[in-house]
Write a protein that binds this ligand. Structure first.
Ligand code: FE2
Length: 388
């Protein structure tokens, strides 16, 4: 961590230890801001990152769980603002940075984990945005793109160039392009007799892309080269996490089904035989929504016991209906040069019909590298650690 961030954090009450109490099972820390954290001694001993035990964050680990003594008696004290523990069985000493401890407080796990800002059609007049030319030269502006995708699932990059090379330029700033059988870039150009529906000037229903891949495309990048002259071909974006949250309140039993039942998607065309299945809504251990997959056009035959067919179809129909409700739809006509970056694991895309000439370049980049760069930038520019 940068020294200036460490110094700043040490001054904040949130990161200052006011008192500690310990026993063989736990260490209880009172913080200056009034919060209290409880850390299990087993967890604390395991997370010693001294030279002897190894720095786990870099994959180095010399301490192994079978080395744990039976009793974790300890002497814990505050030394130079740090928590210092002497493990009395073998005299081993561990020192913990208070900022690191606070960011790992078990009580605050939900705050650290996915904490999305849910939105609906009302976001239309304040779409999260950044400036393309600034973002590719300035890390603070680039971080705005990552932050917006993290919080809202999407970011609009304005004032970008119409030159085709800009698609790969911005992709390289965000992550690595994931190549598929379409190649690195998919050209969405209106043609009279298209073989793919994406190239036809027809409206498309909200969907997430390519759920027949595992994993599906991560972060999508739409780079507009030319907007349709007739004003059609608007991008229609929907927050899948908002849909799921509302659906949970309205139809709790159906929600339970859609978070557990695998829904297959497949694409069998010349030279391609892709198939994958997952629940429409994926949850983490704490019940947070972490992934949303919806695409009526690519859904395959349900592979379920007969008694599940009716309830699952009923639940799916309700969710499709909800996703087609315009109160959830943010509409925006991408001008030439503008770029829309969004998380395909959360945000559904669609478009209105059009009759003019329209050209959008589409590519997608890996989520793992994308969020890796987000964590690095948050760390380098703001000193954040342990971002989930
Ligand atoms: Fe699509």
């Amino acid at each position: 961590m940068l020294a200036s961030h460490v110094a700043r954090q040490r001054l904040e009450p949130e990161f200052q230890i006011s008192a500690i109490v310990s026993d063989p099972q736990k260490v209880v820390i009172d913080w200056l801001d009034g919060h209290q954290s409880t850390f299990h001694t087993l967890w604390l001993r395991d997370n010693c990152s001294c030279d002897e035990c190894g720095d786990h964050s870099g994959g180095q680990r010399f301490f192994e769980l079978n080395m744990l003594p039976e009793h974790l008696a300890n002497r814990a004290l505050i030394a130079d603002t740090m928590l210092r523990i002497e493990w009395t069985v073998d005299g081993h000493i561990t020192t913990y940075d208070p900022a690191w401890l606070r960011s790992h407080c078990h009580y605050e796990h939900k705050k650290r984990r996915v904490n999305p800002t849910l939105w609906d059609a009302s976001i239309t007049n304040h779409i999260p945005e950044a400036d393309y030319a600034v973002a590719i030269n300035d890390q603070h502006e680039l971080l705005k793109v990552f932050d917006a995708v993290r919080s809202h699932g999407l970011c609009l990059l304005k004032n970008g160039p119409v030159k085709p090379e800009a698609t790969e330029d911005i992709a390289a700033h965000l992550s690595f392009i994931r190549e598929t059988h379409y190649g690195r870039i998919f050209e969405i150009i209106s043609t009279p007799n298209p073989t793919l529906i994406a190239n036809a000037p027809v409206p498309l229903r909200p969907h997430t892309d390519e759920n027949f891949r595992e994993p599906p495309p991560g972060i999508m990048i739409f780079h507009s080269i030319q907007a349709s002259e007739d004003g059609g071909g608007e991008s229609v974006m929907t927050d899948g996490f908002k849909l799921a949250a509302d659906f949970k309140r309205q139809h709790p039993k159906d929600y339970q089904l859609l978070t557990t039942v695998p829904i297959p998607h497949r694409r069998f065309i010349q030279g391609v035989g892709l198939r994958a299945e997952a629940p429409m809504i994926s949850l983490d251990y704490f019940g947070n929504i972490v992934e949303f997959r919806l695409n009526e056009r690519t859904m395959g035959p349900l592979d379920l016991p007969a008694d599940q067919i009716e309830p699952v179809y009923a639940a799916l129909a309700k969710m499709y209906e909800l996703s087609y409700d315009s109160k959830y739809h943010m509409k925006y006509l991408l001008k030439g040069g503008e770029i829309l970056v969004f998380d395909n694991a959360r945000v559904l895309h669609a478009r209105t019909g059009f009759n003019g000439n329209r050209h959008v370049r589409l590519t997608h980049v890996g989520s793992d590298e994308f969020f890796s760069r987000w964590r690095q930038l948050r760390h380098d520019l703001h000193g954040d650690i342990n971002l989930a």
